[in-house]
Design a protein around this ligand. Structure first.
Ligand code: MN
Length: 250
């Protein structure tokens, strides 16, 4: 195989271990360009920076830290840094922690793959389940290499990106899954700061999800690597006709 340009990014930031493991893992396939946020951008979703200047710091050969979001990294990576060498593939991750179910809409890791797909570069996102707050990225790195090889050889179906989640421990195998449905119990922690003013902290409740044996959640819970094909069309086609029957006039 030719030394094709491969762009990798993440939302955990340029110095994250998962990004290093991904870079190492993909070396055999091409010229790996690391174009990643200069700091953690988890939970930024598909944010694009429009109202302040973006700077790119070159940190070494094919290494760039961007003062922006994962989406900014893909946008600037494809249209500027690699303007004359279009990447054959974008891989985002390896995220420290899963990106399952509806959480993909918050995820900067998955959004980077969304952005690449919008500009018609094949892309996938990889996330690693934690064990006692720690991540072992080795299995995810090996799987990313295998999947990247497959995508480079077969091509990606149109308008599709792949969302990969790797379970803790030794994976039992790979399952192609559906995006699961998370239940949001709405955990909010409310405290008082030293000046007596109230502040809020989102989360604090463990993740729960709807039972569905075909979901990404179920695959992970049973120790399988989950591979979910996603697309960007958020239209809910089944309810189009129902909404068209509403009495609405301009
Ligand atoms: Mn993250």
């Amino acid at each position: 195989m030719n030394r094709v340009p491969i762009l990798i990014t993440n939302d955990d930031g340029f110095n994250a271990d998962g990004l290093r493991v991904l870079e190492e893992a993909l070396q055999p396939l091409g010229e790996v360009y690391v174009i990643a946020p200069d700091r953690e951008q988890s939970g930024q979703g598909h944010a694009l920076t429009l109202n302040h200047p973006l700077r790119i710091e070159r940190r070494g050969p094919r290494h760039y830290a961007v003062q922006g979001t994962p989406t900014d990294c893909i946008y600037l990576g494809v249209h500027s840094v690699l303007a004359d060498r279009r990447p054959a593939l974008v891989v985002s991750g390896i995220n420290k922690g899963t990106n399952l179910g509806d959480d993909v809409t918050y995820s900067g890791t998955v959004a980077a793959a969304f952005e690449a797909t919008l500009i018609e570069v094949p892309a996938f996102a990889v996330s690693q389940q934690l064990e006692h707050g720690q991540a072992d990225f080795a299995a995810a790195g090996r799987f990313a290499l295998q999947l990247a090889q497959e995508v480079l050889e077969r091509g990606m179906p149109a308008d599709t990106l792949l969302n990969v989640n790797v379970p803790r421990g030794k994976p039992r195998g790979v399952r192609v899954t559906k995006q699961g449905k998370r239940l949001y119990p709405g955990g909010v922690i409310e405290r008082a700061d030293p000046k007596g003013r109230t502040y809020y902290w989102i989360g604090g409740t463990p993740a729960e999800w709807e039972e569905d044996p075909e979901s990404d959640f179920a695959a992970l819970a049973e120790g399988w690597i989950s591979l979910t094909p996603l697309h960007l069309d958020l239209t809910h086609h089944r309810v189009l006709d129902e909404v068209r029957r509403w009495n609405l006039e301009a």
